[in-house]
Write a protein that binds this ligand. Structure first.
Ligand code: NDP
Length: 276
């Protein structure tokens, strides 16, 4: 039953990961990120998703340090950026992230994008980090079926999470099946289509039916599908509103309405053609 913001999934190594959290992409590194993290913690969020390239790890760390919530109750994710993969400096990048956040461990460390020719070595570096005990879990991001098929036979440790663009218009059924079979937890970025779910008629009318918004219905759908969601907002009211999804349940019929919206349509860059 997914009835509290603390609801979690158990990763393949036994670590509990909250199903719901706050993303902090495009949130500036100073007061803005400190504010959003503090508001989120106050609203009950216990998971924060950052990345080295967001340039706000230090602010995330400061906000967590100044909060009264103990560090061990918060699930912190960060990611190694592509330039560090290309230069072979993943281990150094991880150390720098810990220093920036003033932490001695993270809960989840991800390979941000599958950089061709480098991501297998990057994964080996993440295995080393995991074995050192400084990341409670490790995973990948933006890995499609082909990337996983290349990586999986070469790993000692299977990625615990794959964070990918996932929302009503992009449901990647083959990828989802592969991840489920391999024991890889799927986590959705752009879960509310960067705000555009508010323009989708079916989601608005479902919202109306449940006394919720299109955003809330979409987030609830993800959680009921067992997919971790990390919506972003820089606004206090929206941070609170986005988390108000634990007091209702979509019926199987209404879940199917959203399942049927899939169009294989991306909003963000493609993992097959990205150039950064
Ligand atoms: P989201 O789908 O979370 O959408 C964020 C946008 O929606 C913002 O513009 C926000 O505006 C708006 N918004 C938030 N709440 C509401 C609401 N209640 N009503 C209307 N609009 C709303 O997209 P993101 O790309 O931010 O993805 C979420 C997180 O996923 C990121 O923050 C990041 O942590 C992660 N991510 C990971 C990637 C990867 O490659 N691994 C790539 C992209 C994101 P406002 O801030 O003004 O409220």
């Amino acid at each position: 039953m997914i009835d509290t913001i603390g609801s979690s999934v158990t990763l393949q190594n036994g670590v509990e990961m909250p199903l719901f959290g706050l993303g902090v992409f495009q949130t500036s590194g100073g007061r803005q990120v400190r504010n959003v993290v503090s508001w989120a913690l106050e609203a009950g969020y216990r998971s924060i998703d950052t990345a080295t390239v967001y340039d706000n790890e230090a602010g995330v760390g400061q906000a967590l340090k100044s909060s009264s919530v103990p560090r061990e109750e918060i699930f912190v994710t960060t990611k190694v950026w592509n330039s560090s993969q290309r230069t072979g400096h993943t281990l150094q990048a991880f150390d720098a992230s810990l220093r920036a956040m003033q932490m001695d461990y993270v809960d989840l460390y991800l390979v941000h994008w599958p950089v061709a020719g480098h991501h297998v070595q990057t994964w080996r570096d993440l295995e080393t980090i995991y074995e050192s005990g400084r990341a409670r879990a490790i995973g990948v991001s933006n890995f499609m079926v082909e990337h996983l098929q290349e990586l999986l036979p070469q790993t000692r440790i299977t990625p615990m999470v794959n964070q990918v663009e996932f929302h009503p218009y992009l449901q990647s059924p083959e990828l989802l099946t592969l991840c489920q079979e391999a024991g890889i937890q799927v986590e959705a970025w752009a879960p509310i289509m960067k705000g555009r779910v508010t323009k989708v008629e079916e989601l608005c009318s479902l919202g109306h039916k449940y006394g919720k918004t299109a955003v809330q219905v979409t987030l609830r759908w993800l959680l009921q599908r067992g997919i971790v969601a990390i919506p972003k907002s820089r606004k206090k009211q929206r941070i609170i509103e986005n988390a108000d999804i634990f007091d209702f349940q979509l019926t199987a019929e209404d879940m199917a309405v959203i399942d049927n919206l899939d169009r294989g349509q991306r909003i963000g860059p493609s993992p097959y053609t990205f150039k950064f």
